[in-house]
Structures are given as C-alpha cells and as structure tokens.
Design a protein around this ligand. Sequence first.
Ligand code: GUN
Ligand code: ZN
Length: 452
Amino acid sequence: MPQTITAIQGPVLTFTGDPFQKGLDQTLVYEPDAIVAMEDGLITHFGPADQVKGLLPPNCDVKSYGKDALISAGFIDSHVHFPQTPMIAAYGEQLLDWLNKYTFPTEQKFADKEFARSVAKVFLQENLRNGITCGCVYCTVYPQSVDALFEEAEKLGMRLAAGKVLMNRNAPQSLLDTTQSGYDESKALIGKWHNRGRLMYAITPRFAPTSTGDQLEAAGTLWQEHPDCFMQTHLSENKGEVAWVKELFPDRAGYLDVYDHYKLCGHRAIFGHGIHLTDSELQRMHVTGSAVAHCPTSNFFLGSGFFNIAHAMKRERPVRVGLGTDLGAGTSFSILATLNEAYKAAQLNSYALSAAHAYYLATRGTAHAMYLDDKIGSIAPGMEADLVVLDMRSTPIIDYRMRFAESFEEALFIQMTLGDDRAVQATYVAGQLVYTRDQTREVADTGQIAAE
Ligand code: GUN
Ligand code: ZN
C-alpha cells in the first residue's frame, strides 16, 4: 500500500483562541517536541512526539526538523495585490500619486493573460517561499487576470480568495469597467471559481473614489446574492484619500458609511488599512463583524500612518484584525518582516505588541478576520494541513543572538525582528511539501520559474 500519511516532528507553536481577548495563558500552545501528521489534506494527529508516535501506522516515516525548527500553521496574508509584484519599491509618492504614476500603468499590462500568468507564478512562488499558504488577493479589472491567478493557485492546491477589481471612474480609460460589465464579469467569475476546491471569490470594489455610487450598489447587490463570498476594498488609508471621499460622497457621514450605505459591511468584509477610522466607525466595524487588514510595511512605505491595533482590538468592542503585506505598496512578502513593522506601528501608538500576539495575528488571527478559523490558522486534528517550518537560526546574526535568548517568547521576538524569507525552511499546502529552502528554485530574469 502506498503511504499517504505525512508526519513531521519538531517544536510547534499554535493557538486555540484569541490571546487579545482571552490572554496567552488560555490560548497559546507550545509543544517543544511534537509530531504533526497529515493525510488527504487534513491534519490527523498533533501532540507530544512520544504520544503521537504510537498512534501512527508502523511504516510511517516521521521527518524530523530538529530542535532549532518551529512548526506553525501557514501564514495568511489578508490583503495583497498580485499585479503589483513587478512594481514593488516604486519611489517617491504617497497613495493617490503612487496609484496614478506607478500602479495604474502596471495594471494595464494584465489585459494580456499570459503576462498575468507569468506574474501569478512568481507571486505564488514568493508566497510559498515566505510560508504564506493563504491570501486574499486583488487582481486587476481584467477577468483574465483573475483566471490566471486562480489557475495557478489551483495547481498548487492553495486556499486562496481573489477577485476582479471593480473600477468605473477616476482611473485611465483602459482600466475602467462599467457598473453593468463589472457586475456581470464578477458574477461569471463567482460561478466559475467560488468554492471550486479551496478557491474562494472576493467581490473587489477597489475603493470608493474609483467607483460611482451605482457601482458600489451593484457590488452590494452581488454580495447579497452570494453572501458566502468575501468583499474586499480599501478604507481610510491616507488623509488626502479620506478628504476626497468626503467630497465625492457629501451625503454620507464618513468613509465607512459610504460602504455601509451600499451594504458592503458584514461578515467576510475585509477593509484594507483603516488607519484613520473614528471611534464610531470602529464601533460599526465591530457591530457588523467587518475586518481590517493591517498592512504596516505599506503604511510606512507610503507614509500613510500607523494603525492602532490595541485600540481596534480592545476587549469592549473588538474589531477583527488580519495582517496584510499589501504588496506592491508593501515592501516585503515576508510575514516576519511584516510583524517587525507591526511592532513598530504599535510602538508609535505607545503599545508593545508581544511576539506571541504577533504570531497569533499572522495565523489564527487573520483566519478569524476572514471567518476561516474553522479551517486554517491553527494546528489541530481536522484542520487543513497548511504549515510553515521556520529555522530559528537562519542567519549568522540570528544564530548569535539566539545564544542569549532566555525564553521561548524572546526567541520568537528575535525571529520577527531579524528574520525574513531565509527563516522559512519548508512550506506544506494541504499536506504536500510545496517548498523547501534547501532546494531553492531559481527565478530567472524573465520571471519564469526555472525547472525544478
Ligand atoms: N487604494 C486604492 N487602491 C490601492 C492600492 O492598490 N494599494 C493601496 N495601498 N491602496 C489603494
Ligand atoms: Zn491594497
């Protein structure tokens, strides 16, 4: 009989609930020598190695990653633009000028499906190299860019949400749809892709300035027709943007109220940024169960500000918060680098984000923000087997610094402060090993992935 069960051994970190609400004592699980076993895409066993070993079939090989590894649920990126992969690190502008000068010209190239496919391959490979096993992804206005991404994600077996950008004003003519064509194309994409295997559709009005009220209303109607889809957009990222929305929608009470009015708040709504939300807007986010995607590398890069995570998640009215890279305004695919910047954003709000809370955010917390925490984001039997294996000594300076670490918390904090893609030694998607650092695939100048 072929062996279908895969088992790996090493230290494991996972969470059974939300430490922001219940504290770390009640939610953090650290098992210094554990086995995680997987079969048919799901985790079948998790526990101390000496206990789990006896429960596995006698012929089952257990791959040990050693005591300097850390096995975690795969990282989740709740806000990212795959078409911006070719324009990461675009100099000199804040949000609105950055969109006009760099983003819109780049996104026009995605009318060509084969170009879109070549970028999707690089994008997904970078996700796996960084231990990201699930994302909520913006495509472009062109439906073929959505097909290209989903086709490539399906080959990898990834759980992924994505959608066609809806945009019918305030962008170059060739990037505009209409209220009707945007609705029709999105509906057709939902029929084709939503819940096909692990793929999910996200209705994606880019943000209020690039959609008329009519188009936002059509997006709300579409979401009511397909309520288990995601809805993703941008919200209160930049002060100039907030002022522009006030001019464009003078009858609305504020930026969030524009979306609320068109029935775009609710479960599975993911709003990028939310830096400048008022208390009453945060209250409304809480009541409607809407989520913020916190994207600190982007917020610093575009000079947008620093999101106050502690305030957003306060226990009296917690808002769901996920973590996002927001490439290409974000500057790294690395979730460790993103946590490093999340720590700094918190510091600027006079709050110290603990390493354990940060790892929760990168995994189960983002799954919770996306209403996927019953499927992904933690390690337990029955959960989908998406895992990342970190190397806790991935660079000379990390190796050196780790000699002085006196606790697991400190070791975790060292990783998120100094670590990057080099710390990811293996990534598993649906129980399959899809990336191993030590057999790195080369990305050639052409953007093609070289033969494995
Ligand atoms: N607001 C509207 N579009 C975008 C985008 O592509 N990136 C970011 N960071 N903000 C946006
Ligand atoms: Zn964005």
